[in-house]
Design a protein around this ligand. Structure first.
Ligand code: C2O
Length: 546
């Protein structure tokens, strides 16, 4: 196994998109940032230097970080932020994961431009469980704002209103030729007729689930979130922010140019979303050249409607592990988390300008009615390790405080999220099942729910209220997929299961940044087990303090 050393300089960089130049925060001047390529079993050492005027941290999304929780990265969870002028070196080893992950800033909305791919090839000397592709291309889907995203979220936080939607979606940082001033930079993916290539698709967008299609081509899904899956064929992908999907594509169509297109899957009723389409071009090298002065438009796929939940669900429920797996059965913690939005009354005496949500309220989001508040004096992990009192409590509720018809039409007063820094405690090795139940207070919506430090099995998902007496029978205990981010369906539920075999403090949150901003998160604190192999490592000497 190798050790890979990288320097990440976080800095303000002029970036031109949609006919305008603005200063964007980048890594090494690149947007998206550098692609990291490793083999399963390798170690990464990434020295981050913060030359920007914002605090920053970097998260290695989906990396298990076994015993190395100090390198996980979420701000105020596993570390204090790297201040302007500061540095921090992340060190971790890839253990047993193969496929596509990614890295991103985990501080305010900086990940809008601070992200990149983390490609994990098979262990040295090993090969893919599918025929070796001729070429590999990472396609990172993102969102671009003409304004500084930090200003967008600050404005929303100040007023209590919903933040502005993005101005464009992007593929590898480029909006593509359906947007103004973008056609010259449209990403081209070259192919030779007949060859089979691997596309590594990442949804790095801030706030939007996305459909992706390639005109006239079928896609064979072979992996997701750095685990292999039982291959299946589809013509459309749907990824929530945080998720990755690896697909094989065979160039079996007449030589021409075909659009790779992505646009919103927007499940929230009536909520505004960016209704535009980003494109890249799959270009056969033998495609006929247009006559001088003419252009031939690439073939455009027919995209699903923005609210096509049937297509989204057909896709998300197609995943299986490649073979039978040992799903842990003796459940130590059977948890039920009600997940969703809410509204808070305007605090008495607040100025009108600070409550611009519906009817003078402020938006909030919660799990089990707790709206997560990050600490500021210590990171949660440090407070846990040093036993600092008063930073967090461990009374995160195992069940919602009130039971009701979660997906029905109920009064908003039933559910006014209460701010708190509440964690849920687990002993090393315990088995955890979480029923994630979406709620429809204010609006029902999909939530891409991401767990740090673990992969979990998705046992089942469905619509309406989870009913233990009938829905338990639907659990896939044979070959459920292993993921780090689950698409909780709109007005429905998802059941996940994992073994708490990684000590530390691990965030569980919605990967729509607007929902994290409103508090849609909680964290597990997993205690050390017995002996060195079950114990969190000592913190690095350069760990940033608050
Ligand atoms: Cu992709 Cu908490 O992160």
């Amino acid at each position: 196994a190798k050790v890979h050393y990288h320097d990440f300089v976080v800095q303000a960089t002029p970036v031109k998109r949609l006919c305008k130049t603005r200063s964007a925060i980048t890594v090494n001047g690149m947007y998206p940032g550098p692609t990291l390529e490793v083999n399963n079993g390798d170690t990464l050492v990434v020295n981050v230097v913060n030359r920007a005027r914002y605090n920053v941290t970097i998260h290695w999304h989906g990396v298990r970080q076994i015993r190395t929780g100090w390198a996980d990265g979420p701000e105020f969870v596993t570390q204090c932020p790297i201040r302007p002028g500061g540095t921090y070196t992340y060190r971790f080893t890839i253990q047993g994961q193969e496929g596509t992950l990614w890295w991103h800033a985990h501080s305010s909305w900086l990940r809008a431009t601070v992200y990149g791919a983390l490609i994990i090839h098979p262990k040295e000397g090993a090969s893919y469980p599918f025929p070796k592709p001729k070429r590999e291309t990472a396609l990172l889907l993102g969102e671009w704002w003409n304004a500084d995203p930090i200003d967008v979220v600050r404005q929303a936080t100040r007023t209590g209103a919903a933040p502005n939607v993005s101005d464009a979606y992007t593929i590898n940082g480029q909006p593509g030729d359906l947007y103004n001033c973008s056609s010259k930079e449209t990403i081209i993916v070259p192919v030779d007729s007949g060859e089979t290539n691997l596309l590594r698709v990442v949804n790095a967008a801030l706030n939007q689930q996305l459909f992706l299609k390639v005109a006239n081509h079928k896609l064979m899904v072979v992996g997701a979130d750095a685990s292999y899956v039982k291959p299946f064929i589809t013509s459309v992908l749907m990824l929530g922010p945080g998720q990755t999907t690896d697909v094989l594509i065979t160039a079996d169509q007449p030589p021409a140019r075909y659009y790779i297109a992505a646009q919103a899957y927007a499940s929230a009723q009536g909520a505004p979303f960016d209704n535009t389409t980003t494109t890249a071009i799959l270009e056969y090298k033998s495609a006929p050249c247009p006559a001088k002065g003419l252009t031939i438009k690439p073939v455009m796929p027919t995209m699903p409607a923005f609210n096509d939940t049937a297509t989204a669900t057909a896709f998300t429920t197609s995943f299986r592990s490649p073979r039978q797996v040992k799903v842990p059965t003796d459940i130590d913690h059977n948890l039920f988390f009600a997940v969703g939005l809410g509204l808070n009354n305007c605090p008495p005496g607040a100025s009108n300008s600070s409550c611009q949500g519906p009817n003078g309220t402020r938006f909030a989001a919660s799990m089990n009615n707790v709206s997560f508040v990050l600490p500021s004096s210590f990171s949660l992990l440090q407070a846990h390790q040093l036993r600092v009192p008063g930073v967090f409590t461990t009374d995160f509720p195992a069940n919602p405080p009130v039971q009701f018809d979660y997906t029905g039409n109920v009064s908003q007063s039933l559910w006014q999220p209460v701010p708190g820094t509440k964690l849920y405690k687990l002993k090393y090795g315990e088995t955890v099942q979480v029923v994630l139940q979406g709620t429809s207070i204010f609006t029902a919506e999909n939530h891409p729910i991401h767990l740090h430090g673990y992969d979990f099995y998705i046992l089942a998902e469905g619509f309406g209220n989870f009913n233990p007496s009938t829905d338990t029978a639907k659990f896939n205990l044979v070959d459920p997929p292993l993921r780090n981010t689950a698409s909780l369906p709109v007005g429905g539920w998802t059941v996940i299961r994992f073994v708490a075999d990684n000590p530390g403090v691990w965030l569980l949150h919605c990967h729509l940044d607007v929902h994290i901003t409103w508090g849609l998160a909680m964290a597990f604190v997993v205690e050390n087990g017995i002996g060195e192999l079950q114990t969190l490592e000592e913190p690095p000497a350069d760990l940033p303090l608050c």
